[in-house]
Write a protein of this length. Structure first.
Length: 167
């Protein structure tokens, strides 16, 4: 959610000022959200057909970038493999990585996930108190058309160039 993340950054700079800056911020943000986007580097499945069986929130979120941050913060790769195992309870798996998530939550990858979760699912980030609800909403959203809703409708991405690595 680059727009959302950018919006957060704009928000921070506006909050330091006083007066009508919030109105100006909202006006600028509304305009920016209308600008069509060409996404030149994306790691997504190539077809919505591939979404079959890819409905576990931790398995998906821990495919690549975020898992690198967790390992850099000290998470054992064997524990990461357990956390990715969709056959196990999501709360159990979350508890395995929760402390490491706290070390990483302010990295670009984690912030992007939290911002995206807020925008897409209406949940205030990934936490022990939200992981079950997030897992449920993630499964429910994994249906034909969901990717288009996010990319086209929410993010205004007109064209996305897919890097073939999908995890």
């Amino acid at each position: 959610m680059v727009i959302s993340f950018t919006g957060s950054l704009l928000q921070q700079s506006v909050d330091m000022d006083s007066g009508n800056e919030m109105e100006e911020y909202e006006e600028i943000l509304d305009y920016v959200r209308q600008i069509p986007v060409i996404d030149t580097h994306e790691h997504l499945v190539h077809s919505e057909d591939l979404l079959q069986g890819r409905d576990d929130v931790l398995q998906e979120f821990l495919i690549h970038y975020m898992s690198s941050d967790l390992i850099s913060s000290g998470l054992d790769p064997e524990v990461l493999a357990i956390a990715r195992d969709s056959e196990r309870d999501v709360v159990y798996r979350w508890k395995l990585i929760e402390d490491y998530w706290e070390f990483c939550r302010h990295t670009g990858y984690a912030r992007a996930l939290d911002d995206s979760i807020r925008e897409i699912y209406g949940i205030d980030g990934i936490r022990g108190s939200t992981i079950e609800e997030l897992g449920k909403k993630f499964r429910e959203a994994n249906r034909p058309g969901h990717m288009r809703e996010i990319l086209k409708d929410l993010c205004n991405i007109e064209l996305a160039i897919i890097d073939p690595w999908t995890g």
